[in-house]
Design a protein around this ligand. Structure first.
Ligand code: SAM
Length: 218
């Protein structure tokens, strides 16, 4: 497979600037900033668009989907408080960029994507880059019950509601991060499972994600 993976001076410099920019926007978690500083985001872009890779913007990755904006990736990653060895479920693999950030944070990542072309690309590109996750193809709006429970769950598409079925797949003490709202805007919601049937919910800033489509979604 002919991928062009060159991480040269120009891209490394742009990545450093992106980290400074994210600090300026309020991202404080040093490990998250280090991960952003390590993962070559331009590898997820066609070479023609490498000059866009370190701008703080979402970008089309085909099939009507986007690689999330770096700020959004950093924001969600910070909320997850990933510890080394955490078992993390990611819904919406997309380009695989967020997956790489979670792996850099030391997580064991289970990631699911519903679009086959994106799934096929990530199962080749990520291992080629040296990133090892467990990849799944299918409807992640139901989580992945077979591999539950998880320490953390992150949803990277906008949901109309919090899928109950996913809450059950979270360990007690676990953290769930999901954008919830309508098609136009979503509030970032963090849910902590404080007891078997006890959940603390916090609503944070507003974002705009592509929709979570599936059985427990749009
Ligand atoms: N985290 C990704 C990245 O870094 O590139 C960005 C993901 S993109 C904003 C959201 C992804 O969620 C899309 O690739 C979309 O196909 C996927 N998606 C939407 N509904 C889904 C579902 N029910 N199960 C799995 N993936 C889904």
């Amino acid at each position: 497979m002919a991928y062009k993976f060159v991480d040269n001076y120009r891209e490394r410099g742009a990545r450093k600037k992106l980290v400074e920019h994210l600090k300026g926007r309020g991202i404080e978690d040093q490990k998250v900033l280090e991960a952003i500083g390590k993962v070559p985001r331009h590898f997820f872009f066609d070479e023609t668009f490498w000059n866009q890779a370190y701008r703080d913007i979402a970008f089309p990755i085909g099939d009507g989907q986007t690689i999330s904006q770096p700020y959004t990736v950093a924001y969600q990653s910070e909320l997850l408080h990933v510890k080394k060895g955490d078992k993390v479920l990611e819904i919406g693999t997309g380009s695989g960029y967020q997956t790489c950030i979670l792996l850099e944070l030391g997580a064991e990542v289970y990631t699911i994507e519903r679009q086959e072309s994106l799934y096929q690309r990530t199962i080749q590109v990520l291992p080629y880059m040296g990133y090892k996750a467990k990849f799944f193809l299918g409807d992640g709006s139901k989580g992945i019950a077979e591999h539950a429970p998880y320490d953390k769950i992150i949803v990277t598409a906008g949901a109309p509601f919090v899928p109950e079925i996913m809450l059950k797949q979270l360990k007690v003490g676990g953290i769930f991060v999901i954008p919830v709202g309508d098609e136009k805007s979503q509030k970032m919601v963090t849910i902590i499972r404080v007891g078997e049937n006890d959940f603390d919910r916090i609503e944070l800033d507003t974002f705009r994600f592509v929709p979570l489509v599936g059985d427990q979604a749009w």
